[in-house]
Design a protein around this ligand. Structure first.
Ligand SMILES: C[S@@+](CC[C@H](N)C(=O)[O-])C[C@H]1O[C@@H](n2cnc3c(N)ncnc32)[C@H](O)[C@@H]1O
Length: 458
């Protein structure tokens, strides 16, 4: 066979018409059948593209100029959108974002799961797909004039973009970050410098309870001391008199991990509160809590509908985190068992059960793939199993014990459609029928999509 050489060269400029979108949201244009992946290109658009990387079977390009624009193109409202690595889809109308996400789910259902028959519903989007995040963790740097700046990292780098606002963040979070930045600059607090591992203030984290209005500020420093602590606290309280909690966290390590192990409450409470539906949650600086509670509620309502609980059922919630789904299910079931590998999350789950006076739920710390076979050995036969695994999907041993437990219904919540499709195939082969998949857009403006899937025993 003659060796095929790609029809483009690095740094060459070519004209392409985009035909499709990748799962990441990049435009796909072809040159003599050779695909070029181009960030910010939209299907139907004709554009000049500079080739930046050439591989054997595909290449990458940079969008130089759009000659024929798609009706789906919108002006990104964020002034740093093209530098920041946080959002990928602001150049696309929201309805096109939802179509893209639906196509992605349908695609993997067919290609990975061989589930051509499974209905994938229209994704449930947000009415207002902005300002939805309840938590910001933003790096701190220094401008040339010595003032502090805050911003996310530039794409594929650790350069901090100087930004005033993040449009997917709750406005309170934005306002608090700006206030802390100004106060810390006035007090002469130094920013942390990643390269030299010197300086003080590494990150500012702000969490707000969207229902309660509670605010928590976490100041993360390299140093054990929080310089000008009293002044900082007083001025933050002056700027936001309602602030419920100010926390100092020390992270002395040279690491990308944001929070260190030492946490001290320097003002107010250790916890703030928020609610999803009628369940209240206690949230500490270290706790995991869903970042878009509005859409989480939508997702869990759907999970509850698929679980079809009448009050007499036993439910297993595998990969239960802080027990959000377990607590939702417990209100409608006889008994819920949750399993989660992170000990702190299990403690939070138990606390939240007590806070809500829910006593028909038990949480276990352990690997789901080890605890489930043990439960089975103990004779546990759940009517419904809910799983909500991390991006890599369910462990094979867990899928095997789910099949052995033979629940009537399985509800699979997933943040990665590809591993979802892979696991659904295994469950189908093991005797379950996938009835439907409901995507829910938890993260508008980004290329992520959450799905909830309903399976029944054949
Ligand atoms: C997508 S989150 C689910 C969160 C949970 N439903 C909630 O809303 O809080 C996945 C969870 O699985 C946990 N996890 C990861 N691997 C696990 C394993 N092998 N066994 C049990 N839990 C695991 C993670 O710590 C995380 O809390």
């Amino acid at each position: 066979m003659p060796k095929q050489t790609p029809p483009v060269k690095k740094n060459e400029t070519v004209t392409v018409t985009f035909e499709d979108l990748t799962h990441e949201g990049d435009g796909v244009g072809k040159v003599d059948g050779y695909p070029l992946f181009v960030p910010y290109g939209l299907p139907g658009e004709k554009a000049r593209v500079k080739v930046v990387k050439v591989k054997k079977n595909f290449g990458f390009g940079k969008l130089m100029d759009v000659e024929e624009e798609s009706g789906d193109r919108v002006t990104p409202p964020c002034p740093v959108y093209y530098q920041c690595g946080g959002c990928q889809l602001q150049h696309m109308s929201y309805s096109r974002q939802l179509t893209m996400k639906k196509n992605q789910v349908e695609n993997v259902m067919k290609k990975i799961g061989h589930l051509e028959h499974v209905p994938v519903h229209e994704p449930i989007g947000m009415e207002e797909p902005w300002r939805y995040r309840n938590k910001i963790q933003i790096p701190v740097g220094e401008k040339e004039n010595g003032e502090l700046k805050t911003g996310f990292y530039q794409k594929r780098s650790h350069n901090i973009i100087d930004m005033e606002s993040c449009l997917i963040q709750d406005e309170t979070n934005d306002g608090m970050v700006a206030a802390v930045r100004r106060i810390a600059t006035d007090l002469g607090i130094e920013a942390y410098d990643e390269e030299s591992h010197r300086g003080v203030l590494r990150h500012i984290m702000v969490r707000t309870g969207q229902v309660t209005g509670d605010i928590m500020v976490v100041l993360i420093t390299r140093t054990k001391e929080l310089p000008h602590k009293d002044g900082l606290i007083e001025q933050i309280k002056e700027a936001y008199p309602g602030v419920k909690s100010i926390v100092h966290n020390v992270n002395r390590d040279k690491t990308n991990v944001i929070l260190g192990k030492e946490t001290t409450v320097v003002y107010g409470d250790e916890y703030i509160y928020d609610s999803i539906g009628d369940i209240r949650f206690m949230i500490s600086a270290q706790s995991f809590y869903q970042v878009n509670p509005t859409q989480t509620k939508t997702l869990y309502d759907k999970a509850l509908e698929y679980a079809d609980l009448r009050g007499g059922e036993t439910v297993v919630d595998a990969y239960c985190g802080i027990g959000t789904i377990s607590l939702f299910m417990a209100k409608a079931a006889k008994k819920v068992y949750g399993v989660e590998v992170v000990g702190e999350a299990v403690k939070d789950a138990k606390k939240n059960a007590r806070l809500n006076h829910i006593d028909n739920v038990e949480f276990y710390k352990g690997k789901a793939e080890e605890v489930m076979p043990w439960w089975r050995g103990q004779g546990l036969r759940p009517d419904v199993i809910v799983v909500d695994p991390p991006r890599k999907g369910c462990d094979e041993a867990l899928l095997a014990s789910m099949l052995e437990m033979e629940p009537e219904r399985i509800v699979y919540v997933s943040c990665n459609p590809s591993t979802l499709a892979r696991d659904l195939r295994i469950l189908e082969d093991g005797g379950y029928e996938t009835k439907e998949v409901q995507p829910v857009d938890q993260f508008p403006q980004t290329n992520h999509i959450e799905c909830v899937t309903w399976l029944v025993k054949k």
